[in-house]
Design a protein around this ligand. Structure first.
Ligand code: HEM
Length: 567
């Protein structure tokens, strides 16, 4: 105010004061004050914006300087930008570029977007253990279809807690099931087979969806009348998400976009429905348990005994789902993400194992023998952990899966310094072409692209060949003792479930469930390639299966006949 007065004096203010009336003077003064304030705000904003732009410019120069030190083409690649989402094309492109630029190379996707691809197993392992974030901008399609998620496509800080509690509960669920594949899902499998479902892909998808559904929502999921439409809707929205997500700005003018949005809404409503149903069923179970506990106390007091079933795991899921209901968007995103990722990835694995079994009868017989022997030797304590050939078949099928062929990471805050001296600037998209590493001859041997489960077995010298087996008794004694399964995660190039801080949370659970399923399934059924598929070369990608109910199985040698009745 004093300054204003001084300025006014300097500009002849007293004369004006004398010439104007007091009201006008007051208005003039306020006007002048407002103009000066507006100017001050504009100046401050200008300085702030300039500082921000300068900071961005400096960051850009730093990114260019750091990026230029990594081998690779100096200019933005329009092919890379256009094909980043389409996996196979992009993996082929990465393979060629690695040939040209070495095991670590960069690609400019745009002036401010750097991508680095790593192919060397040791560097991949190091990077995956250090880079803990996922670039949120890569999850646009996911968010459009399923909503926000604190598990997928988010920073590590956001995902850490949910990851830990999910991993803990999946482990608990696994221990509760103790190698036994749930009977209710097996009934569903029998139903699918008796309804004539023989398409390997569809069969595996339905099965995987039931496994993940029951894991998340409990057994009430199987009794839910809308389960099939839920699955179909989930798959449909996921399929179209990439298309609608490819728009830079949501196409609000497009009628199709609004139809898609209403499907997504329906999907979320169905998720809420099953959450409610599952919660109600858990509450009923809790009530029953409570009644049974009171009854058991009375029985104990009168000296009687009572065995109660464990409801711990179901109780947990009920509590988890309570949380899912309160913060609906995020938790729908988590549930839908888990249902989609878990069931699609698991279905891919089951489908691939079926294909191995129907095209290689010898392998199927050996796996069946492996299961039968473990069952015979272990009696009541049967455990899939001892079914070595079965486990090796699962690991090898997972290794050769082409899905998830590109792992993607990012370090949002700090630069990544790798052991070979390469510095990857913060915010860079780092990719690992997992498929290339998993089929690399220099790592896996000259048969890297062939299916060979024995690569995951040690002491394979004693594998009994049941077709030429001379002593089944010997084989029975030697199989469980002579094999041991290598831990695939010890090989840096085994990346079917990722690796490091953001590795798949469901790996142990999936391996256990898939092994428990095949252990039970192969005791009931034998699978064969459908004769029509056998004669159709186009059917190799999606062959039809014939399910033969196993009644008895004979293993014969010159001294004795062993007959197994599993049903
Ligand atoms: C055969 C089945 C499966 C395969 C092949 C698979 C594979 C993968 C892969 C490759 C990743 C990325 C890992 C990385 O970036 O290093 C991943 C992430 C993840 N998987 Fe799986 N997965 C399977 C099943 C499941 C199941 C059944 C669940 C849980 C029910 C699950 C939960 C997750 C979660 C939560 C993530 C995200 C981790 C994160 O970003 O922090 N997965 N999975």
């Amino acid at each position: 105010m004093n300054n204003l007065l001084c300025e006014s004096l300097a500009h002849g203010f007293p004369f004006q004061l004398q010439s104007r009336n007091p009201k006008e003077d007051c208005f003039g003064f306020l006007e002048d004050y407002a103009t000066r304030q507006r100017n001050a705000i504009l100046w401050v904003s200008l300085v702030a914006v300039t500082a921000l732009l300068l900071e961005k410019l400096v960051k850009l120069f730093v990114l260019w300087a750091k990026g230029s030190r990594i081998p690779g083409p100096p200019f933005a690649s329009s092919f890379a930008r256009a094909n980043f989402g389409s996996r196979q094309n992009f993996v082929d492109f990465l393979a060629e570029s690695h040939e040209k630029f070495g095991s670590v190379f960069k690609l400019w996707l745009g002036p401010s977007q750097l991508l680095v691809s790593i192919r060397d197993p040791a560097l991949v392992k190091e990077m995956l253990s250090k880079a803990a974030d996922k670039l949120p901008s890569t999850g646009k399609a996911f968010r459009l279809a399923f909503g926000r998620s604190s598990l997928f496509f988010c920073s590590y800080d956001e995902a850490k807690q949910t990851r830990e509690s999910l991993a803990m509960e999946l482990n608990k669920k696994m221990l509760e099931r103790a190698d036994e594949f749930p009977n209710c899902i097996m009934e569903k499998v029998d139903e699918l087979i008796s309804n004539g479902s023989n398409d390997s892909k569809v069969f595996s998808q339905r099965l995987a969806f039931s496994v993940i559904g029951t894991a998340l929502f409990g057994n009430s999921f199987l009794a839910w009348s809308k389960a099939t439409s839920y699955e179909d809707l989930l798959m449909m929205t996921a399929k179209d998400a990439a298309f609608w997500g490819s728009y830079r700005v949501a196409p609000l003018w497009n009628h199709g976009f609004w139809s898609y949005q209403s499907l997504c809404m329906k999907l979320r409503c169905l998720t809420q429905d099953i959450v409610q149903l599952s919660r109600k069923s858990h509450e009923d179970k809790d009530r029953n348990l409570c009644n049974r506990t009171i009854r058991s106390r009375k029985m104990a007091a009168s000296g009687e005994t009572f065995s109660s079933g464990s409801l711990m795991q179901d109780k947990f899921f009920s509590q988890e789902l309570d949380g899912h209901l309160t913060a609906s968007e995020e938790n729908c995103g988590n549930i839908l993400g888990l249902m989609f990722h878990g069931s699609v990835a698991m279905a891919g694995l089951i489908d691939s194992i079926f294909k191995r079994l129907i095209t290689d009868q010898e392998l199927q017989d050996k796996v069946y023998l492996d299961i039968s022997l473990v069952k015979q030797c272990s009696g009541e304590d049967e455990t899939v952990g001892k079914m070595h050939l079965l486990l090796a078949t699962i690991h090898e099928s997972a290794r050769l899966l082409s899905t998830g062929s590109l792992l993607q990471r990012c370090s949002l805050k700090d630069d990544l310094c790798l052991g070979n001296g390469v510095i990857i600037p913060a915010g860079t998209v780092v990719v690992v072409p997992a498929q290339l590493l998993q089929m690399d001859n220099s790592i896996w041997g000259s048969d890297a692209s062939n299916f060979n489960p024995h690569r995951f077995l040690s002491n394979v010298g004693k594998v009994p060949d049941i077709t030429k087996d001379t002593s089944f008794t010997d084989a029975r004694n030697s199989i469980p003792a002579s094999f041991s399964v290598k831990d695939p995660n010890e090989v840096a190039a085994y990346l079917s479930f990722g690796s490091g801080v953001r590795a798949c949370v469901g790996q142990k659970f999936v391996i256990n469930e898939v092994a428990a399923f095949f252990a039970l399934f192969l005791q009931r059924y034998e699978v064969r390639l459908h004769p029509e598929s056998a004669n159709d070369p186009k059917a190799t990608a999606n062959p039809q299966i014939v399910f033969l109910r196993r009644k008895s199985r004979m293993f014969q040698n010159e001294n004795s006949i062993y007959e197994f009745h599993w049903l």
